[in-house]
Design a protein around this ligand. Structure first.
Ligand SMILES: C[S@@+](CC[C@H](N)C(=O)[O-])C[C@H]1O[C@@H](n2cnc3c(N)ncnc32)[C@H](O)[C@@H]1O
Ligand SMILES: [Zn+2]
Length: 395
C-alpha cells in the first residue's frame, strides 16, 4: 500500500492512490480516484439521505446501496458512513487492487460489517441479484469511464420498485453535439453544440434511460440533476408500472434553435421549420426529456433539514446550499436557457446583472428564473426577441 495515502472526505476516511492527488488528470492505475469529484459525491450524500427519509418502505425491504463502478470505494464508503439508513453497501469494481483498497478503507472506518465487496464485470454484478424485485438494490450508482449507455439495462434490472438510480456520464464531447452520430446511437437523440448544450446533454441521458426503462415496464422520474465541465449526473426515481411507462413519450420533445438570431423554443413533435424572427433554418435537437428535472418538495425538505443553520463561514456548504436553492426555483419545465453574455452581445452592450434581467423580464409578465446549469444562465417563457425588446425599453 506504498502508493496509497489516507485522506478524509466528508466524514469518511479513504485510502487513495498518491498519484491521483498529484496529477492533473487522475490516472486509471493503480486505481482510479478523482479528488475533484468531491462536490459530486457531497451532493449525492444529501440526495441519498433525503430520498431515504421519504422512502415509502411498505414492504419492509432491507435498504441497500450498490456502487457498481466502485473504484477505491469513495462513494460507497461515504454512503456507509454518512447515509445511516442504508444497512448494506455493495461495492464492485473490475480492478482487484481498487477493491482491496476499498476493503482496507472500510476497516479504517469500522464499517466492514455492512460492506460487501466484489471484483466483477459490472453487468454480471448487477444482474446477479435475486429475481424477486424486493431483494434488489434500493439505490444503484453508475459511474463509468465515459458513457453509461451500455450499462443502463443492467442497472434497471438491479433496482427495486420505488428505488433510485444515480448515473454519471463523462462523454461530454458526444453529449455536447460534437459527435452527432455517436450521440444518436447511444442516447437516441441529437445534441447541440451551443451555450446550453450541458442541459441538452443532461436531458438526453434522462430520455434515453427512460426509453430503455419503458421497454422494461419501468417509469422514471428525475429527482435531481447537475453538471459541470467534466460530467453530467442524473438521479432518477424508479416506479415499476406498465401504465406509467406507457406515458414516457409525454415527456419527450425537441428543441429548435436558431444560430443566427438566438431564438429558441421547444415542442413535442418534430418539425424542421424556419425561425419566425429571421427565417433561418432551425437546428433541431432531441428527442430529449422536456419534462421536469427536480423533485422540488424533496429538495425543499432537504434544505430545511440540512441547511437551516448559519453557513457564513463555510464556503463549501454555502456552495452546495446555493445549488439546491437555485434548483428549487428553476423553471425546469423549460428545456433550455439563455446566458447573460449572449443577451449582451445581441444588444451590443455590456451585459446587465443576471438578477436585474430576471427582475425586468418578470415585471413584463413572463416567468423567469436562474438555472443550476450555469451561473450566468436564465430560464424564461419569454423568447429571445421578447427579452431583447424588454431590455431595450428599460435601458
Ligand atoms: C469513474 S471510475 C469510478 C470512480 C468511483 N465511482 C469513485 O467515485 O471514486 C470507473 C471505474 O470502473 C471500473 N471499471 C471499468 N470497466 C469496468 C467493468 N466493465 N466492470 C466493472 N468495473 C469496471 C474501473 O476500474 C474504475 O474503477
Ligand atoms: Zn432566427
Amino acid at each position: 500500500m506504498d502508493n496509497f495515502i489516507q485522506i478524509t472526505e466528508g466524514q469518511t476516511k479513504l485510502l487513495v492512490p498518491k498519484n491521483s492527488l498529484q496529477e492533473k488528470v487522475p490516472p486509471h492505475y493503480p486505481a482510479f480516484f478523482n479528488p475533484l469529484a468531491r462536490l459530486n459525491r457531497d451532493l449525492s450524500i444529501y440526495i441519498y439521505n433525503i430520498f431515504l427519509e421519504e422512502y415509502n418502505n411498505t414492504k419492509n425491504n432491507q435498504i441497500t446501496f450498490a456502487d457498481a463502478f466502485g473504484g477505491i470505494g469513495s462513494r460507497g464508503l461515504r454512503v456507509a458512513v454518512e447515509v445511516p439508513k442504508v444497512s448494506k453497501i455493495y461495492i464492485n469494481d473490475i480492478n482487484e487492487l481498487a477493491i482491496i483498497t476499498a476493503k482496507e478503507s472500510a476497516q479504517l472506518n469500522n464499517i466492514d460489517e455492512k460492506c460487501f465487496f466484489s471484483i466483477n464485470e459490472v453487468c454480471k454484478f448487477l444482474i446477479s441479484r435475486p429475481t424477486e424485485r424486493n431483494k434488489r438494490f434500493t439505490i444503484v450508482d453508475l459511474d463509468p469511464f465515459g458513457s453509461p449507455s451500455p450499462f443502463i439495462e443492467c442497472v434497471l434490472r438491479a433496482v427495486q420498485d420505488e428505488g433510485l438510480i444515480s448515473i454519471t456520464a463523462t462523454d461530454t464531447a458526444v453529449l455536447s453535439g460534437i459527435y452527432q452520430n455517436v450521440c444518436l446511437r447511444k442516447y437516441f437523440g441529437l445534441s447541440i453544440n451551443n451555450t446550453y448544450s450541458n442541459e441538452v446533454a443532461t436531458r438526453l441521458i434522462v430520455s434515453s434511460t427512460a426509453i430503455i426503462a419503458a421497454r422494461l415496464g419501468i417509469s422514471l422520474t428525475p429527482v435531481f440533476v447537475h453538471s459541470n465541465r467534466h460530467y453530467f449526473r442524473v438521479f432518477l426515481k424508479v416506479s415499476i408500472s406498465n401504465s406509467k411507462a406507457n406515458m414516457v413519450f409525454d415527456n419527450l420533445g425537441y428543441i429548435k434553435h436558431c444560430f443566427k438570431c438566438g431564438e429558441r423554443n421547444f415542442s413535442s413533435i418534430y418539425s424542421k421549420d424556419l425561425c419566425p424572427v429571421c427565417s433561418s433554418k432551425f437546428n433541431v435537437s432531441g428527442p430529449l426529456w422536456t419534462g421536469k428535472l427536480f423533485d422540488k418538495n424533496m429538495i425543499l425538505n432537504l434544505i430545511k433539514k440540512y441547511f437551516s443553520g448559519d453557513f457564513t463561514n463555510d464556503k463549501k456548504n454555502q456552495q452546495i446550499k446555493q445549488i439546491f436553492d437555485i434548483s428549487v426555483d428553476e423553471l425546469d419545465d423549460i428545456p433550455y436557457y439563455f446566458t447573460v453574455d449572449e443577451i449582451g452581445s445581441m444588444l451590443r452592450t455590456s451585459p446587465k446583472k443576471l438578477s436585474k434581467i430576471i427582475e425586468e423580464i418578470i415585471c413584463s409578465g413572463y416567468r423567469a428564473s436562474r438555472t443550476i446549469f450555469r451561473p450566468t444562465g436564465l430560464k424564461t417563457t419569454a423568447s429571445m426577441s421578447d427579452i431583447l425588446s424588454i431590455l431595450k425599453i428599460r435601458e
